[in-house]
Design a protein around this ligand. Sequence first.
Ligand code: UDP
Ligand code: MG
Length: 219
Amino acid sequence: MIGSLLGNVSQRAKSLLYRVSLVMKPQVVFVLGGPGAGKGTQCSKIVENYNYTHLSAGDLLRAERSREESEFGQLIDNYIKEGKIVPVEITINLLRKAMEETMKKDDNKFRFLIDGFPRNEDNLTGWDTVMVDKADVKFVLFFDCSNEVCIDRCLERGKSSGRTDDNRESLEKRIQTYLQSTRPIIELYEKHGKVRTVDASRSLEKVFADVKVVLDKEG
Ligand code: UDP
Ligand code: MG
């Protein structure tokens, strides 16, 4: 009798746990920093060592740009070359879809690094409107790096990246956009105590050692 009662309770607990895992909200870390600060590189290292899925807003936009049926290809191309920020409706849809697809395949995969987003007020408003009760933002991982180092790294990367925006002209514009539009977003999160800053001007290994400290504590 007691045995079957306990069995029943544990059955119910299990099914409750199952339901909770089904509705597990995505946990998001926004990864920000200037162009070439090392966001993508460090995100790959994080994915190797922690249970995170890396979603780069820039990569998603570049993939959308080259998708043949896309109605936004030309628009995205222009924005990227000009170092301007694509209207959030496009970006947020790509991010949402990528998150949903990841979680559909494996509901253990609910931790996301969202790299290169939100980059301006439009991005932030779009996120707040669409995602506010669909995901929890844990903190912003901020790769802090001087503009000079950022430019040098992107020019170096430009020799082989094939990116249409890793040239001096686009870079000047990207840095401007970063300073004018993205820094204020980082400052906003800072006011809410939500920014974890890493000095990104050092070697990959040294930067990652600091990233680990942050993630081991609260990742
Ligand atoms: N971009 C955008 N919205 C985003 C992310 C990227 O419009 O949310 C565009 C923007 O034009 C940016 C470019 O994509 O300059 C490249 O972004 P990416 O994150 O790949 O550059 P990174 O900062 O990694 O060098
Ligand atoms: Mg990147």
